[in-house]
Design a binder for this molecule. Structure first.
Ligand code: NAP
Ligand code: G3P
Length: 488
């Protein structure tokens, strides 16, 4: 099924207008595995002319797709989900090789994506419109009825990050398609190959020609051109705050949905179940080496239980398996590249110089960093505020709840926070005051289940994802008003 993707061994093509086409310019990007530096494959670096052709195809195809019956669109999505489930092991291997995601999480990402796609098809089938009587409004007679339904926006540009190239591409594509849009997918360069496999799954499931297209190429080279292209009608972006803010600046009035970086805090109170808190914090902070936007990225713990919490965390962190993501049970895997590891070590050096206590972890070899825990982190340290996107966890001790809330809210980010306490009144007191999209009570910060609304405030994003919310974001209300000559 995946043979069509290849121009020749290891050289990939892009899906454009229903055909897999090779690079016209011959310019290719080598994708190396973060595991061992071996060549995973080569993808085209598309030129502006090629991008124009892709977008033209997407616009033409959308005219028919918007009138395609919802139940037929849903059938295509059900088929795509079934293929993903069948191919989960095979695609999981590619994902692991390309992004160093451990095998279990890689296969899990693909199965989760299949569930997401099925749920999206169902959700779109039960979308309802409105019929509004005009005479509810003062001064209006019973001679007006407004029929309101949702219509597509046109061509959606989906831009996904390296850490979930399959899931965060599909969670844009599926709702966009069900809303009647066509899609241009610009995958992360490191993650392009996995994303091209995903595109083939949609094609094999029956997505009509031109309705889903791909553009590979470096965001730094082709990104500005695509996002400002006048025939792109909506941008659904997940990635770093820097790139998201840049896109927002240069796209003027184009509608955007931005899911960006985070600095999620786990707030641990004196009355919490500390074992539960430690279990959640360790899996929340270190899975996929902390390369998740929703990873726990700082702990704000009340002083009187801080020693005990640090002890419980250390016991657990010591047991995390470090190394090759292809081996069963590995949690701490090589980071996506050495540059990411360099940045993390800068934050670590800064914290150590300013007096943070290293509780666990010091080794770094190339792009592999062992899990690290730092205590007595203070607010003058960069690690208190910046997003490492790696396996490094700072503990900040606080005196009371209000101090925890104040520090949590001082962050430029506002994705999620956790609160660990047995006192529901305190939990709600804190939850009400935190400036974030979601507060988790007695659980790690995390996105799923995927039909929940998922959003960041402040520098963490703009707009809301989540199945029904994504469909709404990628459509708009259109009203047709029926005017009667007489009151009825
Ligand atoms: P990134 O560097 O911002 O890249 C994200 C995507 O944007 C990639 O496809 C990238 O392409 C593309 N891009 C880069 N420059 C562009 C430009 N000028 N115009 C258009 N697209 C451009 O992020 P990342 O390193 O892949 O992912 C890690 C970041 O994403 C972290 O900050 C993390 O918190 C955030 N994230 C947020 C969420 C969320 O839902 N809130 C989820 C996951 C990740 P190239 O790969 O070719 O550069
Ligand atoms: O970082 C990706 C984002 O979508 C989080 O998903 O399941 O890791 O919380 P999850």
């Amino acid at each position: 099924m995946f043979n069509e993707l290849f121009q020749e061994k290891n050289v990939y093509r892009n899906l454009v207008g229903g055909r897999w086409i090779e690079s016209k310019t011959g310019k290719l990007i080598d994708i190396y595995s973060p595991i061992d530096g071996s060549l995973v494959g080569r993808v085209p670096a598309m030129s502006k002319e090629e991008v124009n052709y892709v977008i033209k195809n997407a616009n033409e195809a959308q005219k028919d797709w918007m009138n395609y019956p919802i139940n037929k669109k849903a059938e295509i999505l059900y088929r795509a989900a079934a293929i993903l489930d069948e191919r989960a092991e095979e695609m999981g291997k590619i994902l692991t090789y390309e992004t160093a995601k451990d095998r279990k999480s890689a296969v899990g990402e693909i199965n989760r994506t299949a569930d997401f796609i099925r749920f999206t098809a169902d959700a779109a089938k039960s979308l309802e419109g409105d019929v509004l009587p005009g005479d509810s409004f003062p001064g209006t007679k019973r001679n007006k009825l407004s029929f309101v339904r949702r219509v597509p926006l046109g061509v959606v540009l989906a831009i996904s990050p390296f850490n979930y190239p399959i899931n965060l591409s599909a969670s844009k594509i599926a709702p966009a398609l069900m809303a009647g849009n066509s899609v241009v997918l610009k995958p992360p360069t490191q993650g392009s190959i996995s994303s091209l496999f995903l595109a083939q799954v949609f094609k094999a499931a029956g997505v009509p020609d031109g309705v889903l297209n791909t553009v590979t190429g470096r965001g730094s080279e082709i990104g500005d051109y695509i996002v400002t292209h006048p025939e792109i009608h909506f941008i659904n972006f997940t990635g770093s705050t820097d790139v998201g803010a840049h896109i927002s600046e240069i796209t003027s009035m184009k509608p955007l949905l931005l899911e960006l970086g985070g600095k999620d805090a786990a707030i641990v109170l004196e009355d919490s179940d500390l074992e539960l808190a430690a279990d959640n914090i360790v899996s929340g902070a270190f899975s996929y080496s902390g390369q998740r936007c929703t990873a726990v990225k700082r702990i704000l713990v009340v002083d009187q239980v801080a020693d005990k919490l640090v002890e419980l965390l250390t016991e657990r962190i010591k047991k995390l398996k470090v190394g090759d993501p292809r081996e069963e049970g590995t949690v701490i895997v090589p980071l996506i590249n050495e540059k990411a590891a360099d940045f993390i070590m800068e934050l670590v050096e800064d914290a150590l110089q300013k007096g943070a206590k290293r509780v666990y972890g010091e080794k770094r070899e190339g792009n592999l960093i062992e899990p690290m825990l730092f205590d007595n982190v203070t607010l003058d340290m960069r690690i208190a505020w910046e997003e490492p996107f790696g396996p490094v966890l700072p503990v900040i001790r606080v005196n009371n709840i209000d101090e925890a809330i104040e520090i949590a809210n001082k962050s430029e980010y506002g994705l999620q926070s956790s609160v660990f306490t047995k006192d529901i009144d305190k939990a709600f007191y804190i939850a009400d005051r935190l400036e974030v999209g979601t507060v988790q009570i007695n659980n790690k910060t995390e996105r799923g289940p995927d039909h929940f609304p998922f959003l960041g405030v402040k520098s963490s994003g703009m707009g809301t994802q989540g199945i029904k919310y994504s469909i709404e974001a990628m459509s708009r209300p259109k009203a047709v008003v029926l005017n009667f000559n007489k009151d009825y």
